[in-house]
Design a protein around this ligand. Structure first.
Ligand code: GLA
Length: 387
């Protein structure tokens, strides 16, 4: 994040609102290394922050008005009255920042208004948490400007509430926590039950490896309904098994649990994914802590098979990335994020990156798919003030 970006964003704020902002903040998108669809099951996840960020220039107001502007979306400044903010009243991008203000006020924080100018380099619809980045950057700015003294994980909870209640998307806590709490050079091992966390050093470059993100350019259409169905299925599984959440089914008790669900074919598959995925997160953490980074590759690939076959949220483009990358020598590959499109990740030896990228691009062209966007993901900083 260069100083130049902060200066340019502040300058645009002055043009829009005729005064200086009180500050400029940034919050990143994320890639999830492993631990998919575990976060609403109280399980484990392991995301890291991307260098791509949402940036907000913000000034306080005292008159109960929220003004919002985005450099990335057509249209001018949107003006909202804080006392009129109501859950699910807004279907536009403004629901994310407005939802955060609503969630803060609903939690009793005395936020009296703001002028906000936003811009973001996080690709949208790519499963890289562009909406969480927008929420977290606004939450952090207001936390500082109103001296609310909330920690990253508390801000993440408020942002999740904005998304669940105000926007109306039934997502878990991973994306917001990743954006708020990740650290440069580390992946975040997060227990989504109590938000306890451990920063795990994850420096692939030092070991001659790279992690590629392949954005399939398939926007995850219809994913909201499908996401909700998977979540409801998991909750049904937990209820049938008599546990609070699937996190409470131990890996060595999986066979017995599946036997009890013999008549529930769909729920069985969902349960099997979640319980094995939690175990995969723990395995990846152990391997990284033992310094055996290469060995995480096959665990990532196992995770993909489980999402494809048991959770059933992959798509032809994601499968093509994974299959092609593995045939071309990748150490491991899997879809990342909510599914039904979005991005896949590929773990590779540095020397193989060009060959792999070419192989994936050629496979997409041969299949008649839109050209994917491939970039290297470097574990970057979480949300912070930049000026
Ligand atoms: C989306 C949601 C997250 C999480 C992932 C799947 O990114 O926002 O809460 O459930 O899907 O792991």
């Amino acid at each position: 994040m260069s100083e130049a970006v902060a200066v340019a964003v502040a300058e645009r704020f002055r043009e829009l609102y005729g005064a200086d902002p009180d500050g400029v903040w940034a919050a990143p998108g994320r890639v999830n290394l492993i631990g998919e669809h575990t976060d609403y099951n109280d399980g484990f996840v392991m995301p890291f922050a991307l260098p791509h960020v949402a940036v907000a220039a913000v000034a306080r107001r005292a008159d109960g008005v929220l003004r919002l502007h985005s450099a990335d979306i057509e249209g001018g400044v949107v003006e909202l009255r804080l006392d009129e903010l109501a859950p699910q009243s807004d279907r536009n991008w403004t629901a994310y920042p407005a939802g955060v203000v609503w969630a803060l006020r609903d939690a009793g924080h005395d936020v009296t208004g703001a002028d906000v100018h936003l811009t973001s380099s996080v690709p949208t619809g790519a499963g890289l948490s562009s909406s969480a980045a927008l929420e977290v950057v606004v939450a952090l700015a207001l936390n500082d400007l109103y001296a609310l003294d909330l920690e990253g994980r508390q801000l993440a909870r408020l942002c999740q509430r904005a998304e669940n209640v105000y926007v109306g998307a039934p997502t878990g806590i991973m994306d917001q926590t990743a954006s708020a709490c990740c650290e440069t050079g580390h992946a975040l091992f997060l227990d989504t039950r109590d938000l306890s966390q451990r920063q795990i050093p994850f420096d692939l470059a030092a070991e001659g490896m790279r992690l590629l993100v392949v954005d399939t350019r398939v926007k995850h259409a219809h994913s909201d309904g499908e996401y909700g169905k998977r979540r409801a299925g998991c909750e049904k599984g937990a209820a049938l098994l008599g546990v609070d959440a699937l996190r409470d089914v131990p890996f060595d008790g999986l066979a017995a649990a599946l036997e009890r669900l013999a008549d529930e074919e769909e729920v069985r598959r969902l349960v099997r994914h979640v319980v094995t995925e939690d175990e995969r997160v723990e395995r990846v953490v152990s391997l990284l802590e033992e310094g055996d980074t290469r060995a995480i590759g096959p665990v990532l690939t196992e995770g993909h098979a489980s999402l494809r076959d048991d959770f059933r949220i992959s798509c032809p483009e994601l499968d093509l990335v994974v299959d092609t990358a593995l045939s071309a020598g990748a150490l491991g590959a899997r879809m990342t994020g909510g599914g039904f499109g979005g991005s896949a990740i590929v773990l590779a030896q540095a020397a193989d990156v060009d060959t792999l990228t070419k192989a994936v691009e050629e496979a997409f062209a041969a299949a008649g798919f839109t050209a994917p966007r491939v970039f290297e993901a470097v574990p970057s900083a979480g949300a912070r003030r930049i000026s």
